[in-house]
Design a protein around this ligand. Structure first.
Ligand SMILES: Nc1ncnc2c1ncn2[C@@H]1O[C@H](COP(=O)(O)OP(=O)(O)O)[C@@H](O)[C@H]1O
Ligand SMILES: [Mg+2]
Length: 249
């Protein structure tokens, strides 16, 4: 479903010069699988996910999403994905219902289909109580649920979620995590990023530890435990990241 080969992204910044945001990463993610990116701030998670979502162009490398190339077939890729990121814009003056109707239409769904999917999604994400409240009056958690609803209204086979639980209270975070698990059970391919070890540990079928744009390791949790002799993900993460720091001194 998602195949990435030797992806590199370089930014040129007037003050900072050449920034290797992503350096030569490769991975794949199948149907019914959650692939997690675990990394600190600035590690390159958002850059990678934005490339998958066709918002940024790669500097080099090959990226296929649902069989389509992200640069040459960007339109097909966009139809195949639901993208959730911190910057997903919502319109302040719309209610959740209006927001979802709007994005459903943009995605070419029939009115009846939108209504049907909207009521299912609102039910599962516990959104019914605020479906008629304007976006500018919603809490962070409510907005995040709406952003998720918006990202999945067209029932895409691939979900790309950039730190979906950041800033959420524990209950809302749990609703979101449980929903992501349900997507996996329904055969979706999910790419998910986080800087929280326990979240990656609980949720991901495969985990890539990304640091300064490079994969320090990737594999299933048992693979990582075996290869890097750690009790849990946190221990493995710190081991890998501190080795990297020593190398660069
Ligand atoms: N548009 C941009 N222009 C220049 N540098 C960028 C841009 N976007 C991201 N970066 C840099 O790329 C690196 C990776 O950032 P990012 O992918 O946002 O990391 P993460 O999401 O893991 O926190 C950082 O050093 C960041 O400052
Ligand atoms: Mg980020």
């Amino acid at each position: 479903m998602i195949r990435v080969n030797n992806l590199t992204k370089i930014f040129y910044d007037k003050k900072r010069g050449k920034i290797k945001a992503v350096h030569d990463i490769s991975f794949h993610c199948k149907k019914g699988q959650i692939f997690g990116f675990l990394g600190l701030n600035g590690a390159g998670k958002t850059t990678t996910l934005r490339i998958l979502a066709t918002i940024l162009k790669p500097t080099s490398g090959e990226v296929l999403v649902n069989g389509y190339q992200v640069v040459k077939e960007a339109h097909k890729v966009r139809q195949s994905i639901g993208f959730l990121s911190g910057e997903t814009g919502l319109y302040d003056r719309f209610t959740p219902r209006e927001t979802i109707m709007f994005f459903g239409r943009i995605n070419g769904l029939a009115e009846q289909e939108i209504q049907k999917r909207m009521s299912q999604i609102f039910q599962t994400l516990d959104m019914n109580s605020f479906q008629e409240v304007r976006v500018d009056k919603l809490s962070t958690g409510m907005k995040q649920k709406l952003s998720i609803a918006r990202a999945i209204i067209h029932n895409p086979p691939v979900l790309i979620f950039d730190e979906p639980t950041v800033g959420l209270d524990v209950i809302t975070a749990k609703v979101v995590i449980d929903y992501i698990k349900e997507f996996r059970n329904n055969g979706k391919c999910i790419i998910f990023s986080t800087h929280q070890m326990h979240e990656a540990e609980k949720l991901c079928d495969e985990i890539a530890i990304i640091h300064h744009g490079e994969f320090l390791a990737s594999g299933t949790l048992p693979d990582l435990k075996r290869n890097f002799q750690g009790e849990n993900l946190e221990e493995i993460f710190f081991k890998l990241v501190s080795t990297k720091v020593e190398d660069s001194i």
